[in-house]
Design a protein. Sequence first.
Length: 667
Amino acid sequence: VTHNGVTYTWQDMCALNSFPYEFPCARLSPMDLFQEARWFFDETSKITWYNEVLQNLLVKPRIPRFGVMTESCASPASDVCDFIVALRTNPTLVGQPAETANPLLLFSDIGNMEMSDPCRICIEENYQSQIEQLFSLAKPVFQVLSAELQRALQVGFANDTEGSAQVGAMLSKTAQLAQSITIEDVKDFYQYFVTRGVYASLGAPAYIAGYQQLLPLIELCNPAFGLTCPSTSVPNTTEAEAALLAHADNSFSPVSTAGAPFPFWSESNGTGNLFAGSNPVSGSGVDMSGEMLSIVGYLDLLNFGQDDWNPLYSNGYLDPVTPDPTWSALVERNPLFNWFMASVTEADPGLVCGNDVLTGTDTPSPEFNAATAGAMAQATSRWCTQYDLPTAEEPEGTFTKQHFARMWYDLLIASDSFLGVTEGEDDPYTWTTGQGCGYNLGGERDPYTGRDEQSILFNASRELYFIDEGETIGVVSRNLLFGDVTPRVGDYSFENPLQEVGLVQSLYASLRPPGIVERVRNCNRPGGAVDITVEDAEDILKLYKEEMENIWSRGWDDDNAGEVQFVGFFDDNGVIGTTGRMLQQITLDNTTLTTISILLIALFSVLFLFSLDWVESRVLITLVGVALVVLSFFAALGFAILIGVKISVTIAWTLPFVILGLGVDDM
C-alpha cells in the first residue's frame, strides 16, 4: 500500500511466524501506524487510509473467516470454537453475564488468536478448503454452461431468432467467465457472500429496535390513504434476518439505506415513499438467496461427460429463456452464478449518484407526511457511487452490476452501524495485541475520527494511564509528557483546551533489560514480531540503541540537525534512573559515612600526636581543631541553605581532608 509517498509492505505490517498464511499479520500494526501518523492526516488522507489499509487489512479478511468460524468450527459442525462463540453470543453458557454479549467482538477474537489456537487453525484450514472447493467448481460450472448453451442454440433455438439472441448473449458471458475466473475472484466472491449473511445475523437486533421505534407511525397509518400498512407485531429474530436478507438481494436503486436498514420498505423505483409497497428500498442488485451448490446439481456437474450424466433440464436441453421452474429455482438465485454473471452484465441505465433521502409518505395528511419524512431521513445513509462518473476507459460511465453490488456491500461494511472502524470500547479492530503479547495498553484510547483540531487538543489534556499496568510506574504525570504548553499543565479544561504543545515525549520503562527484551520478543508492534527469538530481540534493541545514540549525538552537536530540536538529560523522569538511584543511595548513606570518617581522622590524629610527656602531647589541640572544622562545615552549610543556595551534601566527603589540612596540621 502506498500512502503519502510511503510504501507499506507485509513485512512492515506483519508478524513473522512459521504459519503459511498472511492474514494473522494484519492485527495491530496498521492501526498503530495510523495512530502514529494521524496528527498529520487531513480528512481525505484519513478516508484513503481507512479504505486502502484498515478496511482491506483488518476488516475484510475477517468477514469470510467469521462465516467459517460460526458455520464450520462451532457446533454442530465442530466444537473447537464453541467457547469463544458462546462467550460473545450467549455468555450465560460459559458462566458470564448475559449483558456482556457482543457478537462484533468475534471479529477482534479472530485477529487475536495465536497461531497454535485450535479454533484459529480450524478457521484457516476450513477457509482454505472452502476457497479451493469453490474454485474447483466455479470454472467448470461456466465451462459446462457454455457447452450446454452452445448445444441449446443448435437443438432448441435453431428456428427462434429472439430466443437465439438471448441464449447467444448469455453464452458470450459464460464463455468469458470460463476463461477468466481466478482463485482471487473466488475469495472476493466468498467475502461478499458471507457479508450478506453477517448483515442479517448482526443487523437483526437493530432492525427489531428500529421497528419498535416506529410503531407509533404504524398506528397512524391509514389504509384509506392507499398505503400498505405494516403489521403492529414486532418481528422476531428469524423474521428480522429474513427481511435483511431480502434487502441485500433486492435490485439496486439510487435511493439506498445501505448500512442503516430501514424496517419498513417502499417501492424500489427510486421514490422512497414510506408504506408505498412491500419491496425493499434498494439492495445490492445481486440475488444470492439460493443454495451455493444448487447449480452443481442442476448441471449434474460431477458426472458431466459420462454415460450416467443426468442434468435437471425440463426440456431436455438447457433453456434459460422459456419459463422453467427448475432453472429459476436452482440457477437464477444461485449465489455463484449471479455474482459472476453480474461482473459481465452492464448495470441498468440511469443508475446515478444517489444522495436522495427517503421521502416519507405522499398522503393527504401533511402532518403524517412530515412525521414519516423525518423518520426516513434519520434512517437513510447519504452516499454517492463513484461508478456513475465518466472515466478515460468509460467516457459514458458504464459499469457492471457487480460494481454496484460491491459498492453497496462496501458501504455496508464501512458503516458505523455494521462493521466500520468504530470509536470507543466496542471497537472490534483496534488495540488487539493477542495472547502472545506481554502487556496491554491500560486505560482508554481517545477517539479520533470526526474530530476537529480543538477536540483533539482537548483529548491530549487527559490524564495518562498505566504504561506498565501500574506494576512499576503508576499513572504518569502530564508534566512529564508535555513541554512548552499553552495553557499551563493542569490549567486546561473542556472550556479551556490545549492550544499549543511544544514537546510530546514517549516513555518506555522497564526495571530490567531482560524485561525489555521479553517485550520486544513477544509483542506484535509496528516493525516488531510475534514469537521471535531472544537473540533477534536483542539485535533489534541493539540497532535501536545505536540509532537513538546517533540521532541524540547529532542533535547535541548540531542545533540545526532537525531530528532533535532540544537535547537534555533527564534520568529520573517517570521512573528513577541509574544516576538518580545512585544519588539517592549516596545521600541516605552520607550521614553514616561522614560520621565514620570524622571519627577515624580524630582517632588517627590522637594516635600520632599523643605523648606520655604531657608538655609534648597535642591531643587536646587536635580534638579542638577537628571540632572547629566540623562545626565550620555545618555553619557554612546552614548559611548556604538560609540564603537559598542549592548545594549537594556529598561535599561532606571532603571533610577528612579539610580536617587534616586545617584542623590538625595548621593547628
